[in-house]
Design a protein around this ligand. Sequence first.
Ligand code: F6P
Length: 379
Amino acid sequence: MVIKKRRIGVLTGGGDCAGLNAAIKWVVKTALDIQSQKERGIQYEVLGIRDGWKGLSFTDDNREEYITPLDENIVRTWDRYGGTNLGTSRYNPYNPQINTSKRVINNIGNLGLDALIAIGGDDTLSVAAKLSGEGVNVIGIPKTIDKDLVGTDYSLGFETAVEVITDIVDKLRTTAGSHRRIFVVETMGRSAGWLALKGGESSGAYVILIPEYDFSVERLNELILEGRKGGIRYDIILVAEGAKPSGGKIVCKDETIDSFGHETLGGIGEYLSSEINRCLGLESRSVILGHIQRGGTPCAYDRRMGRYFGIAAVNMLIRKEFGKMVSYKDGQFTAVPIVDVIGRLNLVDTNTMYDTIRYNGSRSILAEKAKEKVNVRRS
Ligand code: F6P
């Protein structure tokens, strides 16, 4: 039997998170597996591309910096570690200000890549979709701690981030209780409230504020006073960075806009903390969890999902299912067209998952409710 040789590339783009290294490891292990190579009649070689799409914009002078061959020995222990050992960036080859997409396509050709596996969220996948439209064989693997990707029930990094939130809230409780203080804890998540909601449910937060439901500061204060009357000594309030009071604006850290056009969110926690202090005269502190949510050791679920997504991506490669993203939907692994995923948002359904009176997770789990999917276009 003639064994054909094929070379593929793998990269991670956008914000780092736990589970990326597991996905890379299992792309490499599955592609290089000797037994499978005999069955497929294809011998794969895997090149790691450093720093996301930036790594494919290399010039003759810096190619070595960005391209690194990967084998099973190199990736053996990677699934145990957070972040991405390939590095990442928010580099956009289709940035209207400096469009390097032609160089990226030429470099893919010069490297002799038969296909590219891109692990990322909406931004990374939007580049993958454009390249696919220009004839590049691309396969996507979903990752984002924000859990805002449509087309899949899971994206890498989310569960580890929820673990981090839970762990930190546990730690804050002792100091909050000792001082009878209110702690306003700000989570990431951009326009989606998943991190705040699931982190808040896991850690037992008293109030959870999410971007999908504009809150009233008066109602929040009322809830705090009700709790105090009921004997609560301290409060944990989780607020998503994209949440805002009704009639108010989303708070941004500064005016910076990244190459995909996103603002840098942050500051709602501090605003709320001072409002509570001003209105109620209760001692309040704010904590921004920030990038800590992207750190730490990957939880068991992210290691397993990274493994399954990595294997599924190579399965798709063999079946030539290009232009698609691995998806985990209703308990099954499947593939969905990347163009159907990008530019849309998977948001918390406040009809079924959120208690708009208590500002917390829904107290109704089995009740019959219209299960409307909240998928909206990204702005
Ligand atoms: O999309 C993931 C995310 O962590 C968001 O939750 C957050 O708003 C953003 O990235 C932060 O981006 P950066 O790492 O560029 O500061």
